[in-house]
Design a protein around this ligand. Structure first.
Ligand SMILES: CC(=O)SCCNC(=O)CCNC(=O)[C@H](O)C(C)(C)COP(=O)(O)OP(=O)(O)OC[C@H]1O[C@@H](n2cnc3c(N)ncnc32)[C@H](O)[C@@H]1OP(=O)(O)O
Ligand SMILES: O=C([O-])CC(=O)C(=O)O
Length: 370
C-alpha cells in the first residue's frame, strides 16, 4: 500500500462529516452548531448548550422546561450501580469507577440496542441526567462516605456541585461551575469522541461508545491533564517557584501539563482565555491571589521558552480548586460535561453510518516460515 496518505496520529486527517462543531483556528473560534462556544458560555447555561448539541437547535422556553423536567426526573440511578462501584478495589481511579458505573447502567436500559432516533434521544437524556450522580458519588463511594443523592429542587449545575461538595453552592460558584461544564461540553473530534464514533460505527450501543470514550479521556495527554495541572500548581507552592520549577522540567525535556494542543498548536485555546477570566473573578471573591499569579507566571514562562499557549485544562484546574472540587474528580467532571457532545456525535454517527476500518503502513517482515 502507498504511504502517501499516512499521517501518524491521524494529524490533520478529516475523519468524518459533522454538523455539530468545528475548531476554526484561524478565526480563534469554536463553532457549535453555528454558534460561538465562548459566546454560548457567557450567555446561556449548560443545559441549553446540551440541548443545542443533541437536538440541533437552542431550546424554546417550553422545550427547555420540558428538558429540565425530564432530566430532573431521571437523576437517580439504581442502587445496584452504587453497590457495584462500592465493590471495586482500593486503588480504583475515579475514571475507572465512573467507567464501571456507566457500563453497569447499560444493563438497566430496556432498549439498549435500539438505534431509532426517539430511543437514542431518550438514552441521551438518561446519560445526561445520571452522569453527575455517578461522577459525584464515585468520590464518596471510594472514600467510604455516604452517597449524596440528587436534590430535584436545585438546577442541574447547582445540584451537580452540591453532590460533590455536600453543600449548596452560591450563585457565583454555580455560574462558574456551569460555565466550566459548558466549555467542556464539546470540542469537535478529540481522541475520546473519535473513540466513541469508531465504536458506534459497528452499530454497538451508545453506552458502550461512551465507556470507550471514558477510557480515552482518562489519559494525561487528553482529559487527565487537568488533574496533573493542579498537582503541579500545588507542588510549585508560590509564584516565585514557578519559573525554576518549569525550567527544571523543560531542561529534562518533560511535558508540562496544560500546555499545547494538537489542533491549536501555536494559537490560544479560546476556552482557556475564558477560564482565566473566571479564575480572576473567583480569586477576587475567594482570595488565593497567589494561585492566579502562579498561573499567569507559568503562562509567561511557557510562551517565552516554548512558544506554547495554555489549553483549557490549565485554567480549568484552579477554577475547580476554588470551587472546592477534589482533584480526583476533575477528569470525571470533564467526562460528565462532555456527555452532551458525545451522545450527539454517537446519534449523528448512527444517522449516516459507515464502519471505520482504516489500513496500515506495514513495516514488519514478509515471507517468513515457521
Ligand atoms: C482538554 C484537552 O484534552 S487539551 C490537551 C490536554 N493535554 C495536555 O495538556 C498534555 C500536555 N500537552 C501535550 O502533551 C501536547 O501538547 C498534546 C498531546 C496535547 C498535543 O501534542 P501533539 O500535537 O502530538 O504535539 P507534539 O507532541 O508533536 O509537540 C510539538 C512540539 O511541542 C512540544 N510540546 C507540546 N506540548 C508540550 C508541553 N505540554 N510541554 C512541553 N513541550 C510540549 C513538543 O515537545 C514538541 O516539541 P519539538 O517539536 O521540539 O519536539
Ligand atoms: O480537542 C482535543 O484534542 C482535546 C480537547 O481540547 C478537548 O477534548 O476538549
Amino acid at each position: 500500500m502507498s504511504d502517501q496518505n499516512y499521517r501518524p496520529g491521524l494529524e490533520g486527517v478529516i475523519a468524518t462529516e459533522t454538523t455539530l462543531s468545528y475548531l476554526d483556528v484561524e478565526q480563534e473560534q469554536i463553532v457549535i452548531r453555528g454558534y460561538d462556544l465562548i459566546e454560548l458560555a457567557t450567555k446561556v447555561d449548560y443545559l441549553r448548550v446540551a440541548y443545542l448539541l443533541v437536538a440541533g437547535h437552542l431550546p424554546t422556553e417550553t422545550e427547555y422546561n420540558a428538558f429540565t423536567e425530564q432530566l430532573t426526573a431521571e437523576q437517580k440511578v439504581p442502587e445496584e450501580i452504587f453497590q457495584i462501584m462500592g465493590s471495586l478495589g482500593p486503588h480504583t481511579h475515579l475514571m475507572d469507577a465512573v467507567r464501571t458505573g456507566l457500563s453497569a447502567l447499560a444493563t438497566f436500559d430496556p432498549a439498549l440496542t435500539d438505534r431509532d432516533p426517539d430511543n437514542t434521544w431518550r438514552q441521551a437524556l438518561t446519560l445526561l441526567a445520571t452522569m453527575p450522580t455517578i461522577v459525584a458519588n464515585s468520590y464518596h463511594i471510594q472514600n467510604h462516605e455516604p452517597v449524596i443523592y440528587p436534590d430535584p429542587t436545585l438546577g442541574y449545575s447547582r445540584n451537580f456541585l452540591q453532590m460533590i461538595t455536600g453543600r449548596i453552592p452560591d450563585d457565583t460558584e454555580t455560574r462558574a461551575f456551569d460555565q466550566l461544564l459548558t466549555v467542556y461540553s464539546e470540542h469537535e473530534m478529540p481522541n475520546s469522541t473519535f473513540t466513541a464514533i469508531v465504536i458506534a460505527s459497528t452499530l454497538s450501543d451508545m453506552y458502550g461508545a461512551l465507556v470507550g470514550a471514558i477510557a480515552s479521556l482518562k489519559g494525561t495527554l487528553h482529559g487527565g491533564a487537568n488533574e496533573a495541572v493542579m498537582k503541579m500548581l500545588l507542588e510549585m507552592q508560590s509564584p516565585d517557584q514557578v519559573e525554576p520549577y518549569l525550567m527544571e522540567k523543560l531542561a529534562k525535556k518533560e511535558r508540562i501539563m496544560g500546555f499545547g494542543h494538537r489542533v491549536y498548536m501555536r494559537k490560544p485555546d479560546p476556552r482557556a482565555l475564558l477560564m482565566k477570566e473566571s479564575l480572576k473573578e473567583l480569586v477576587a471573591i475567594k482570595g488565593h491571589h497567589d494561585l492566579y499569579e502562579m498561573c499567569v507566571k507559568g503562562e509567561e514562562v511557557m510562551q517565552r521558552e516554548k512558544g506554547l499557549f495554555p489549553n483549557l485544562d490549565y485554567y480549568a484546574a484552579p477554577v475547580y480548586y476554588l470551587l472546592d472540587v477534589p482533584i480526583e474528580l476533575y477528569t470525571p467532571i470533564f467526562f460528565a460535561a462532555r456527555t452532551a457532545g458525545l451522545v450527539a456525535h454517537v446519534r449523528e454517527q448512527y444517522e449516516h453510518n459507515r464502519l471505520f476500518r482504516p489500513r496500515v503502513l506495514y513495516t514488519g517482515p514478509r515471507n517468513l516460515h515457521p
